[in-house]
Design a protein around this ligand. Structure first.
Ligand code: NAD
Ligand code: ZN
Length: 626
């Protein structure tokens, strides 16, 4: 039986069952999974479709550990229902939300072993009712719960994990029993919990963290979940714990409990699982696709099926990535598809007949290409394909929806259109001269272009195609100044705007100067709207006193929650977090004098909530039409 390269949807019931049983053994008993979780979950989902109540779908499993007897849980410790896309999460939420305002908790799905400490005994999940007593492992375990890091000294339900930083530092030296180092942190936790004797691990300084499930918990309304999803995901991923998904729970615990459990999971909670699925195939070509500033290499692949979708193309990001991967045409490549992002190549092994995918000359204008950072770019300002991409991006920024790339290409080739300014001069006659344009659609398009003359200042700035200055960044800038003011600003003044920084400031000043004539022309052709939005306030936080963890740990946590950390107390500081607010430190005195709010570490940890939208750039995204 081929246990790896199955296509779950095509297997019959008996084959599914055989494969699931096989992989269960490899994973739970032998601790040596042969396939990634996402591939295993494909099998479970296929069986679930055929037989929702099959024992393999509903049973709760646990890894084999070296325990010293059974422990009966007061509340069952179940698994979680799974979702593999935001749509599935929303479907679940819709089913249980009593109104648009139903509050949800969004938490990391820690990737370790779940455990319960009742104040005396540490135990694993086991089959959900009876766990294994692993109290003897406590000397290795440190608890992280709100406001406390240290001994496991209070009842808690959480996950035994190895923090990312510990895995990198401690576990690069720690030897497994029988030699060698642990491959990943999940294996390490399972391996150590499977040891009868931990003295050797204690000697080597092994540390395992029991993270309280309540430690990081973002509260969001059901109606806001979709809009905040990506931002939440980024914030969770920045945390220093191994994670294999996101857990979403109904915040009202009494309501959640009233919904009850299936044999397998509580109804009021669901896990969104990251699905990074990898497959091998062959690289048969590389196409260099034009962007508005540079060329993006796109891999052409021998078609390969990844969770139900046939993949023929994948991004190779940029030339530097190609060089780092050492990949050539003809090589065997590993393609990964993670959620809805464009598939990409993660590694390659040399094929027998291989040739370089690199190019030296621009495929459009023939100019010698140049390296700019990790990118390969055409330096010719008149390069037709680059111009087309820049114009297309500008048109998107102005929201002229009827004007797609094919029409723009024709307009550039036949009507001498080069820039946005030229578009405003177009008449219906110009369009009718192009192939395939009917009178009605020509009139509609001209009307749409003319309407786009009334434009927000941030749209116009984004339409200048300055690297890393998209509409969101432009909005931040125009909350501080208007277009005329922007053109007068120095690099220093610009980089002082929160979220802009020296690199963007530099690019802005030089590009605004370089495009000055064109900009005058544009400003003459449009009517600018300046909707002075209030400055996007980024709260600042400063820490004082001796914290249980390193200062940098709390600073990272704060940053992940949308704060900026500050070293000193100033009148503009939003919050001073004190390990001991009763202490008499200089910072605390200064805060009292300036009227800055002071909170304890516990209070701070409990107030962490989703940040205001960080500055995100949709720049440089490419669509591959897969
Ligand atoms: N690769 C393989 O061959 C293979 C084989 C068998 C099983 N598996 C994997 O094991 C999984 C089944 O394990 P499972 O039943 O433990 O499910 P799970 O690990 O996917 O999710 C449930 C568990 O998540 C934990 N959890 C983490 N963060 C949490 C939080 N914030 N709140 C609440 N709970 C949290 C809890 O311990 C809970 O029991 C499968 O989905 C599969 O991915 C893989
Ligand atoms: Zn060119």
């Amino acid at each position: 039986m081929d246990t790896k390269n199955f296509i779950a949807e095509k297997l019959d019931r008996d084959e599914l069952i055989r494969l699931i049983e096989y992989h269960n053994r490899r994973y739970w008993d032998e601790g040596e999974p042969e396939i990634p979780d996402a591939r295993y979950d494909e099998l479970i989902r296929a069986l679930q479709k055929l037989e929702p109540d099959h024992e393999l779908v509903t049973r709760v499993y646990a890894p084999a550990v070296a325990g010293s007897g059974k422990v009966r849980h007061l509340r069952p410790m179940l698994s979680l229902d799974k979702a593999y896309s935001l749509e599935e999460v929303l479907e679940w939420a819709k089913k249980f939300a009593r109104s648009e305002d139903e509050e949800l908790l969004v938490e990391p799905k820690y990737d370790g072993i779940s455990a319960n400490f009742d104040g005396r005994v540490l135990s694993t999940r086991g089959d959900g009712e009876l766990g294994e007593n692993i109290t003897d492992k406590l000397p290795l375990v440190e608890l992280e719960t709100a406001g406390h890091t240290g001994k496991v000294d209070r009842p808690v339900r959480g996950e035994l994990v190895i923090r990312d930083d510990d895995f990198k530092t401690l576990y690069s030296h720690i030897r497994k029993k029988g030699g060698g180092v642990y491959k990943n942190s999940r294996n390490a936790v399972a391996g150590i919990m499977g040891l009868k004797e931990i003295a050797e691990m204690e000697l080597q300084g092994a540390k395992i963290t029991l993270v309280d499930y309540n430690l990081v918990s973002f509260r969001v309304k059901y109606s806001e979940l979709a809009a905040k999803w990506e931002e939440l995901r980024r914030q969770l991923e920045a945390l220093p714990y191994p994670q294999d998904g996101i857990v979403i729970k109904l915040a009202d615990s009494a309501y959640s409990a009233s919904l009850g459990n299936t044999a397998h999971h509580p109804r009021g909670e669901i896990a969104f699982k990251f699905t990074n699925i990898r497959r091998e195939t062959r690289l048969i070509g590389v196409e260099w696709s034009f962007g508005k500033n540079c060329l993006t290499p796109v891999a052409e692949l021998e078609p390969v099926e990844i969770s139900g979708t046939t993949i023929r193309r994948a991004t190779l990001h940029n030339i530097q990535n190609i060089l780092e991967l050492g990949v050539q045409i003809g090589d065997t490549v590993t393609v990964e598809r993670a959620g809805d992002v464009i598939p990409y190549i993660v590694s390659s092994t040399p094929g027998e007949e291989r040739r370089s995918p690199l190019i030296e000359d621009c495929p459009s204008c023939g100019a010698k290409l140049v390296r700019r950072g990790p990118e390969l770019c055409c330096p010719n300002p008149e390069c037709p394909e680059t111009q087309l991409q820049r114009l297309a991006a500008a048109v998107r920024n102005l929201g002229i929806e009827r004007l797609g790339e094919p029409t723009l290409r024709k307009l550039m080739e036949n009507s001498g259109v080069r820039h946005l300014g030229d578009l405003f001069e177009l008449t219906a006659m110009d369009l009718l001269r192009l192939d395939g344009f009917a009178a009605k659609s020509a009139a509609n398009l001209i009307e749409e272009i003319q309407k786009a003359r009334i434009v927000n200042d941030y749209q116009l700035l984004a339409a200048l195609n300055i690297p890393n200055i998209g509409a969101n960044v432009a909005k931040v800038i125009f909350s501080h100044t208007d277009f005329a003011g922007l053109r007068r600003m120095s690099e220093e003044e610009l980089s002082a705007i929160p979220g802009i920084g020296p690199e963007r400031a530099k690019a802005l000043v030089s590009e605004l100067a370089a495009q000055s004539e064109y900009l005058d022309e544009l400003l003459g052709a449009v009517r600018l709207i300046h909707a002075a939005a209030p400055a996007a306030e980024i709260p600042t936080v400063c820490f004082t006193g001796k914290m249980p963890e390193k200062r940098s740990y709390y600073e990272k946590l704060a940053t992940a929650h949308g704060y900026r950390s500050a070293d000193d107390v100033t009148s503009s500081l939003s919050l001073l977090v004190a390990a001991d607010p009763a202490e008499n430190s200089g910072k605390l005195k200064k805060a009292a004098r300036l009227g800055v709010k002071v909170v304890s570490l516990d209070e701070f940890l409990s107030m962490l909530s989703p940040a205001s939208a960080p500055i995100a750039e949709a720049d440089g995204q490419l669509s591959l039409g897969i």
